[in-house]
Design a binder for this molecule. Structure first.
Ligand SMILES: Cc1cc2nc3c(=O)[nH]c(=O)nc-3n(C[C@H](O)[C@H](O)[C@H](O)COP(=O)(O)OP(=O)(O)OC[C@H]3O[C@@H](n4cnc5c(N)ncnc54)[C@H](O)[C@@H]3O)c2cc1C
Ligand SMILES: *[C@@H]1O[C@H](CO)[C@@H](O)[C@H](O)[C@H]1NC(C)=O
Ligand SMILES: *[C@@H]1O[C@H](CO)[C@@H](O)[C@H](O)[C@H]1NC(C)=O
Ligand SMILES: *[C@@H]1O[C@H](CO)[C@@H](O)[C@H](O)[C@H]1NC(C)=O
Ligand SMILES: *[C@@H]1O[C@H](CO)[C@@H](O)[C@H](O)[C@H]1NC(C)=O
Ligand SMILES: *[C@@H]1O[C@H](CO)[C@@H](O)[C@H](O)[C@H]1NC(C)=O
Length: 501
């Protein structure tokens, strides 16, 4: 056998069957000439990257962004240092995010140890110590088997969820969030998107006390909502409370800007106002009308369009759809507001019952939600660039804190939490879905070659979820364009993939 044949043989066995370089030669149709993506958050920029991989170097990819590249990954500056104000933590098993980091040559940001405690409005009911075994013992003592049950449950879900990377590496795509979840965890996963976390955990044998004192604080800090949120997003949130978390040196938003460059996408700083359907027999194209403060209206025509921003009304993407018959349905539900205040000042430790701030041992304070407090969490945070000489400041010194709250903090609330402060920077996020307001998963395919990425957030909202959806939409768009329907919504993939190897 010649070397070439050997290599070709090896390639056939080992390569995922759908790479772009296999070209369009088996097709009667031409490749798309222009693709548009609306939104340059992690979802839109990852989509650009994956579309480039699948469709090859010829197609023009335009990415529209009305605000700042990165979207909900953003930083604010205090004293010449940047701090994450939006999405901040990444789990070590978030493989797409890891892969982006590697390809972009970005560095992991060192994490600086700190202790967490849970505050119920009057006192701390759970305090982390320096001694891991003591913490473990205390959790056992206080909550018994609940702790282990929860841990095992989260791990089992993570393990199933990670099948997605294998499916995607083999080129398989799904037409909806439900199909995707079903392929990973069967009807069990679908049920978890429809049932509340608290019901689910009680049924698993986790105690009410553990739910109130440990699980609820994690939901408040991650999603600003109580344990009535669906079990699936609850599990994602709990996974994010484990060890092995990291962030990107220089800021998570560097991943988004890096992916745009890697994809050789054309960034258009403009707001897309209208997506109109142009029909020519069976062939469809989409006209995007857009505008910005620096130029008057303009428009362009695309073969494929991906919407990578939430379409719920209160998020204000303000995109209207014209010429679709029947009209595209409205996407129901709303987004939950979480206000991130980055405050440089002196924490009022007396508020937490520590008259001497020097004795205040915690860097993060979570809350139980029981006392109806005006904030969800307070944490001393580190800048996105950490030098070798960096040390965390002590609680009696001025530090930079991040406070999450449902409403902007009023002056008297700031005066309660802080003895005094130098600066306050407020970002009002339409942060993640208001879970429970709509249980139906929004569609991923809005029309022939018009896709919607952010429906995945209704399963769970996280950077990695947007990245998984980005890969899925890139594959879906590619297979639908090239009519490789056998790569879409296949059942029993675990088995199929084993047979392929
Ligand atoms: C406070 C907070 C904390 C979070 N913490 C974490 C965390 O620790 N870990 C984690 O994994 N996730 C976290 N998340 C969630 C995570 O940030 C999001 O899931 C993720 O960033 C969503 O990315 P996206 O690209 O899908 O959407 P977005 O980032 O919202 O991107 C959409 C983009 O589209 C643009 N756009 C909208 N309409 C138009 C238009 N008409 N024309 C042109 N452009 C338009 C917007 O300006 C925006 O930039 C957090 C979110 C918030 C708000
Ligand atoms: C999910 O719910 C359906 C309907 O209630 C039930 O029939 C099915 O057994 C559930 N699946 C699992 C894995 O629990
Ligand atoms: C959780 O929040 C929802 C929506 O805000 C509310 O309807 C529900 O009563 C709350 N549940 C608990 C257990 O506090
Ligand atoms: C922060 O880190 C990023 C990524 O490593 C680097 O590009 C940037 O120059 C750094 N900024 C500062 C102020 O050190
Ligand atoms: C937009 O159009 C208006 C009216 O035609 C004109 O006055 C204005 O200068 C234009 N603005 C830009 C940025 O081109
Ligand atoms: C700090 O907290 C204490 C206790 O809640 C409160 O009495 C005081 O007014 C707060 N503010 C300052 C500036 O100390």
């Amino acid at each position: 056998m010649s070397l070439c044949v050997l290599i070709a043989f090896f390639y056939l066995i080992c390569a995922p069957p759908t790479l772009a370089d296999s070209g369009f030669d088996h097709l009667d149709g031409a490749p798309p000439s222009k693709i548009a993506i609306i939104g340059a958050g992690i979802g839109g920029t990852a989509t650009a990257h994956f579309l480039r991989q699948h469709f090859g170097p010829e197609v023009a990819i335009d990415v529209f962004e009305k605000g700042v590249v990165g979207g909900r990954l953003a930083t604010v500056t205090v004293n010449n240092q940047d701090y994450e104000s939006g999405g901040s933590i990444i789990h070590s098993l978030n493989l797409h995010m890891q892969d982006f980091m590697k390809q972009l040559g970005l560095k992991y940001r060192k994490s600086i140890a700190g202790k967490t405690a849970v505050f119920n409005g009057k006192e701390f009911i759970l305090e982390e110590t320096d001694w891991y075994l003591l913490d473990l013992f205390r959790l056992w003592w206080r909550y018994g088997i609940s702790f282990i049950r929860l841990q095992m449950w989260v791990e089992e879900i993570m393990e199933k969820f990670m099948r997605i990377y294998k499916y995607q590496a083999h080129g398989y795509a799904f037409t909806s969030v439900d199909e995707l979840l079903h392929s990973l965890g069967g009807s069990g996963f679908l049920n978890m998107t429809r049932r509340s976390l608290s019901d689910y955990l009680l049924e698993l044998g986790v105690s009410q006390r553990f739910i109130d004192e440990v699980v609820a604080p994690v939901m408040w800090v991650n999603y600003g909502q109580n344990v009535s949120i669906p079990a699936f997003v609850g599990a994602v949130s709990l996974a994010g409370a484990q060890a092995n978390l990291w962030a990107v040196e220089g800021g998570n938003k560097l991943v988004a800007s890096g992916l745009l460059k890697l994809a050789k996408a054309n960034l258009i700083q403009a707001q897309v106002n209208t997506v109109s359907l142009l029909s020519n027999g069976d062939a469809h194209q989409y006209k995007l009308s857009y505008s910005s403060t620096t130029f008057n209206g303009s428009d362009d025509v695309y073969d494929i369009v991906v919407i990578a921003t939430p379409l719920q009304k209160n998020v204000k993407a303000d995109i209207s759809f014209e010429g679709f018959e029947p009209q595209l349905p409205d996407i129901p539900g709303s987004y939950h507001q979480t206000v991130a205040s980055i405050i440089h000042g002196y924490l009022n430790c007396s508020y937490f019952g520590f008259s001497d701030p020097k004795l205040f041992p915690f860097t993060s304070v979570l809350t139980t939600g029981a006392a109806d407090l005006f904030f969800n969490s307070v944490a001393s945070i580190c800048p996105v660039n950490i030098t070798a000489s960096f040390r965390r400041k002590q609680p009696h010194e001025a530090r930079v804190y991040k406070v999450f709250s449902p409403e902007p903090l009023e002056r008297n609330e700031l005066k309660t939490l802080f003895k005094s402060y130098y600066s306050v920077q407020v970002t009002e996020w339409q942060a993640y879905p208001q879970y429970g307001s709509s249980q139906e998963m929004p569609p991923m395919i809005l029309h022939d070659n018009l896709y919607y990425l952010n429906g995945i957030e209704w399963a769970a909202s996280a950077m990695e979820m947007s990245s998984v959806a980005a890969k899925n939409i890139a594959l879906l768009a590619y297979h639908r364009w090239t009519r490789q329907l056998e790569m879409i919504d296949q059942k029993d993939l675990m088995h199929k993939i084993k047979m392929e190897l």
